[in-house]
Design a protein around this ligand. Structure first.
Ligand code: SF4
Length: 337
């Protein structure tokens, strides 16, 4: 596996040849024949959802257009996005895997139905032509001078990223930039991420600590200046265009954070007790502590996990890294780092 993107003349020639072949094939199509439907993934109904609900969940599909880059796509790891696009017709996922996306879509319908106000804009489309590629996005809400993006999330996610996920901060900053580049669209002075936590518990909140006190958290996002936003946009568009020229295995590997990697830990356990005396991030410290605490203590290795690869990435079967993660599931767990 390589993390390098090589834009060699051979690859550029190969892509040009592919484009010419696609254009030639299209030219051979009889004029009265509709173009072939874009490939679609197979959506199963393993949980026997009511048919109407299943159909509603399975219906959502945004066909890939090579001349368009969506802001939500640009801020995500290119390996996931490009593998999904290349293998769309081979992907099999269950309707329940779309549950969060389905809820997000329903929430956006509610936002779009907000009572109108002169300075309120809901589901506002923004776009910018960037070197022949249309960069586009849809802003959830502009209310007065504030742009906000609304997301379903988890308590863990909010505690783990108290300033908002980096890709979400980039997303709202790119929206602001696309607004700023338009002579006619409204301008904003504040950016907000609004997370609605699905797994929030009032009982747990009463215990205090860093647990959110209510199920909705509003995070103010610092605004990038235009130069910073333009540079980020240039880099991400270039990254995506370069990634289109390489093979699946040569796509840059998603980072630890993008793979939702949890580290391997070493728990010092004591016979007769369920919870660990202490968690260590290295084996030596854990073994020293266990030795000091007597012969009823031992070290339990808790292997780190790429949670996204293992459970939440529909591109995993087409990703060399993801295939390794999937093959370990249910098999012999080994210590990893
Ligand atoms: S399986 Fe993991 S590494 Fe591969 S594309 Fe998905 S998240 Fe990235």
């Amino acid at each position: 596996m390589s993390n390098n993107i090589h834009e060699t003349p051979e690859r550029i020639d190969a892509e040009r040849a592919d484009r010419q072949k696609i254009a030639a094939d299209a030219a051979e199509q009889p004029a009265d024949q509709p173009p072939p439907a874009p490939p679609r993934r197979t959506v199963t109904n393993r949980y026997a959802l009511p048919q109407a609900l299943y159909e509603a969940m399975a219906a959502h599909h945004r066909p890939h257009d090579p001349n368009v880059l969506h802001v939500t796509e640009l801020v995500q790891p290119p390996r996931i996005q490009i593998l999904q696009q290349r293998h769309e017709g081979e992907i099999i996922e269950d309707a329940m895997d779309r549950f969060w996306a389905f809820r997000g879509t329903a929430m956006h319908e509610v936002i779009a139905a907000m009572p109108p106000k002169p300075d309120r804009h809901t589901e506002l489309s923004v776009s910018l032509n960037h070197s022949g590629i249309l960069v586009t996005g849809t802003i959830d809400l502009i209310d007065g001078d504030t742009l906000s993006d609304w997301k379903f999330g988890s308590v863990f996610g909010v505690i783990f990223d108290p300033d908002g996920k980096p890709e979400h901060r980039a997303q709202v900053n790119l929206y602001r930039y696309l607004l700023a580049m338009s002579p006619i669209l409204p301008k904003v002075q504040r950016l907000q991420l609004i997370y609605l936590m699905n797994d929030w518990s009032e009982r747990r909140a009463l215990q205090g600590g860093n647990y959110p006190s209510k199920p909705v958290v509003v995070i103010e996002v610092p605004m990038w200046d235009n130069d910073t936003a333009a540079q980020y946009l240039d880099e991400r568009v270039a990254l995506y265009m370069n990634c289109r020229l390489v093979t699946d295995d040569e796509l840059p590997l998603c980072s630890d954070k993008e793979r939702w990697r949890t580290p391997t830990t070493y728990a010092v356990m004591k016979e007769g007790r369920k919870s660990a005396l202490k968690l260590h991030d290295n084996r030596q410290d854990a073994e020293s502590m266990a030795a000091i605490n007597g012969n009823k203590c031992y070290v339990e290795i808790r292997n780190g996990e790429d949670r996204r690869c293992a459970k939440y990435c529909s591109a995993a079967p087409f990703c060399d890294y993801g295939r390794i993660v999937l093959s370990k599931q249910g098999g012999q767990e080994d210590e990893s780092e």
